[in-house]
Design a protein. Structure first.
Length: 495
């Protein structure tokens, strides 16, 4: 029993159960009691290729999976699916390093985790003696749905249904999803907004559980969202990869500290950096970069978390989040106090805010630095990085780049800085074009071509030619029809 709930130390699970369950039964997140127990000698992994590095790190984080087995899962999850064998290459941009997490099959950083999760789940299924087929349900505002479909595509023992708001995703995101191949994938538009789709999915989980609608059917529902430890663990690897690349490039010596700047939404990506640090990697500061939805900036500066604030739709939409679920794991790991965490989470849901004790705030400030950048600053950063370094970055990366410069200005004793880059500029082509001083013309597909014509930066293979690809999914339903849609699909052997 290596894992427990953040809200109750007596709710325990093996790492395989934690992957299979996603959320702990008491509503908490699964965590190891401490990461200090899985520290290892990090210089040993720095010389490894990325897949071998991933094997060692993932086996340490998920002890039910021995290295020999993990090596096979890592290979089937990643090999030949990313643009480079490194999976996540680094690029020097001025005096900083940009860690490119978007070289996967859908050009989103979520690919790193969602390529592995299905493999971890199917292995967990046999470890736990679970014979049901796993049916994944996801509501998406665009990116996660596509990355999840790509990850689960043709993985035996699994099926996936993705719901997206009809008219609520970009034309490129819609085309990415509706042209998805695979005999076990399904995507369906819901007449409504993202909240309607997400509420619909939550209702299905509740109805199926309470009314036992799928009992005896050989099918069990599960989710692929970012609180699953099987999504967090694969993200730890690229902190080591980037460090090894800096050593290889002669930009640091082994043992030097490195600061990582992370564009943050649900706090999964940056928490993985904290895991890497606790496992022994010489991480200096973790810098949390937010857009105008700067709830985390305020929290990390004051210890006061308050989600009662205006919600802004920004040009970096994957960071438009007011409740960062993965933060709960950090609160537990810093305090080791399950009842404290349970209490804070209760306050958050009852009153929308909480304050952490002074000792925890002191620890937070030592580990993290936080800043934010609004849309105007984001576009200005895209322009500056392009003009000064001829490097084209997306809107989320631009937020991180701007906050990195703020951080360096205010902390002259900083370490070498790695900026995590979470999306291809071609996923947000209009804002990127504006950033480099051009006017976007035509639909999003045309704007992608325009961006390529102006910059010469290659369009990722999965995005080029998207418009010509055959549309395979056309279903559009009302929110009230979602449950019957799922039950009907669950009852069919072949889709
Ligand atoms: C999901 C996402 C983020 C935020 O990552 P978290 O783990 O939720 O903090 C940042 N940028 C992009 C492009 C994303 O898709």
């Amino acid at each position: 029993m290596d894992y427990q709930s953040t809200r109750s130390a007596s709710v325990r699970a093996t790492s395989a159960q934690a992957v299979l369950n996603g959320l702990a039964p008491d509503g908490g997140l699964y965590t190891m009691p401490s990461l200090r127990d899985i520290q290892f000698n990090y210089p040993d992994v720095l010389g490894l290729d990325t897949l071998s590095m991933a094997t060692v790190i993932l086996s340490a984080l998920l002890p039910d999976y021995p290295e020999e087995e993990m090596a096979k899962l890592v290979r089937s999850g990643y090999a030949d699916k990313f643009e480079t064998d490194d999976l996540t290459p680094s690029a020097a941009v001025g005096e900083d390093t940009v860690l490119e997490l978007f070289r996967g099959p859908t050009s989103a950083f979520k690919d790193v985790a969602l390529s592995m999760l299905p493999r971890l789940m199917t292995a967990a299924r046999s470890k736990c003696g679970f014979t049901d087929e796993i049916l994944i349900l996801t509501a998406t505002s665009g990116d996660t749905g596509k990355a999840a479909m790509e990850g689960f595509c043709d993985v035996p023992g699994t099926k996936i249904i993705v719901f997206y708001p009809d008219g609520g995703v970009s034309p490129v995101q819609k085309a990415q999803m509706t042209t998805q191949k695979g005999s076990n994938v399904c995507v369906c538009a819901v007449r409504g907004n993202f909240d309607d789709a997400q509420t619909g999915v939550k209702r299905i989980f509740a109805a199926v559980r309470d009314e036992k609608l799928l009992d005896g059917s050989g099918v069990s529902l599960s989710s692929a969202n970012s609180i699953n430890i099987g999504r967090l663990a694969p993200q730890v690897v690229y902190y080591f990869r980037a460090y090894a690349d800096l050593v290889r490039a002669g930009r640091i010596h082994t043992g030097d500290k490195v600061d990582y700047v992370v564009p943050t939404g649900n706090f999964g990506d940056i928490l993985a950096g904290y895991f890497a640090k606790e496992m022994g990697l010489p991480v200096g500061r973790l810098v949390c970069a937010s857009n105008a939805n700067n709830v985390l900036t305020d929290f990390l500066r004051t210890g006061h978390y308050d989600r009662r604030r205006p919600f802004y739709q920004t040009v970096s939409p994957s960071m438009d989040i007011l409740v960062s679920s993965n933060l709960e794991r950090l609160l537990y790991l810093l305090s080791g106090d399950d009842s404290l965490v349970a209490g804070l989470m209760e306050k958050l849901s009852a009153c929308g805010s909480y304050d952490v004790p002074a000792e925890m705030l002191a620890k937070l400030k030592e580990l993290f630095w936080a800043g934010f950048c609004d849309d105007e600053g984001t576009k200005a950063a895209i322009g500056k990085v392009w003009r000064d370094y001829h490097y084209l970055c997306d809107t989320h990366t631009a937020v991180a780049w701007d906050v990195a410069q703020q951080y360096k200005r205010e902390n002259p004793d900083h370490n070498p800085v790695v900026i995590l880059s979470t999306a291809s500029p071609y996923k947000f082509p209009a804002a990127v074009l504006e950033g480099i001083g051009e006017t976007a013309r035509g639909d999003e597909f045309a704007v992608m071509e325009q961006l390529h014509a102006v910059t010469g930066v290659p369009v990722p293979k999965n995005l080029a030619g998207l418009r010509e690809r055959e549309v395979l999914h056309r279903d559009v339903i009302a929110p009230e029809e979602m449950l019957s849609y799922v039950l009907e699909k669950a009852g069919k052997k072949n889709w």
